[in-house]
Design a protein around this ligand. Sequence first.
Ligand SMILES: *Cc1c(COP(=O)(O)O)cnc(C)c1O
Length: 356
Amino acid sequence: MSRFWSEATRHLVPYVPGEQPRQTGLIKLNTNENPYGPSPRALAAIQAANGDNLRLYPDPASDALRDAIASLHGVTREHVFVGNGSDEVLAHAFNALLRHDLPVLFPDVTYSFYPVYCDLYDISYQQVPLDEQFAIRLTDYHRPNGGIVFANPNAPTGIALEPEAIVQLLQANPDSVVLVDEAYADFGTRSSIELVTRFPQLLVVRTLSKSHGLAGLRVGYAVGDPALIEGLTRVKDSFNSYPLGRLAQAGAQAALEDHDWFLETRNRIIHSREELSLRLREMGFEVLPSSTNFIFVRHPAIAGERLAALLRENNILVRHFRRPERISDFNRITIGTEIQCDTLVEVLSRLPEIRQ
Ligand SMILES: *Cc1c(COP(=O)(O)O)cnc(C)c1O
């Protein structure tokens, strides 16, 4: 606290990201990074861009990257907005499209950055409880609102929604923005991007951090009706004209164009996820059905916080959320390499609480 802080700054409660330890040799399964890393073609493109041209500002509109994204999803450049990680894209969306009188609706258990953006931009919000199976019930969102936000698949539960439910929500909610955060959709969920040309209120947000192994490059994007994109661009151009540097634009474009690398690494992660889920269920874990690159698990014999601490003693980092209470016995475990999954199972099977 400092007397130099503004009133607004004094009241901020910032988002707390998962730990990025300095210690090496840890098995890091706490922030949903991709264990296989970026496409070699992305690395080559970054290296090629890493030269004297760095003295020049990058393309403020990221046109080449936006064209690559548009072609990937069968839309035009005018349907695409890019930002410095999808966190920045989300922040601009809350500011540009969700800042109205009525409250924004989002699940009570979801990405915990959403309430932080609301507080930052002074947006009122209501948290809608998940159902008993920890799933989003979209019919609960059929009420007056200043916008609707949810992650599909949801985080940290990993559970995905059927596209039909999303279509119904959009039909019932024509007058405010519906933001679908697809940070994990590449791991086996049908994308809502195919709906953006039918529904002008739909904005779909994506990231290269998870499915393309580029968390360190900071690139995210949104796809939606050109009028929504124009609103985002107005906010961006009132904030930072150059959110993506030359290296990020070049690397992201090459990563999205290397479809073979994406498919191969993505399929490997899905395969490991299914195998790990099976093995943990055999050990007595409840494993929510995941469509992501992580699983959300609890064991009846051990508290969530204690399990995270025991794994940490064994050099394995996972993510535990104290709040809300409802999920405090779960841990979110990122899908690592096959060897990392084996080590995790081995460590778990040696814990006295779990060993039968
Ligand atoms: C990881 C994550 C993001 C942020 O991704 P970045 O592009 O790295 O900022 C957004 N939403 C959800 C649900 C996430 O899990």
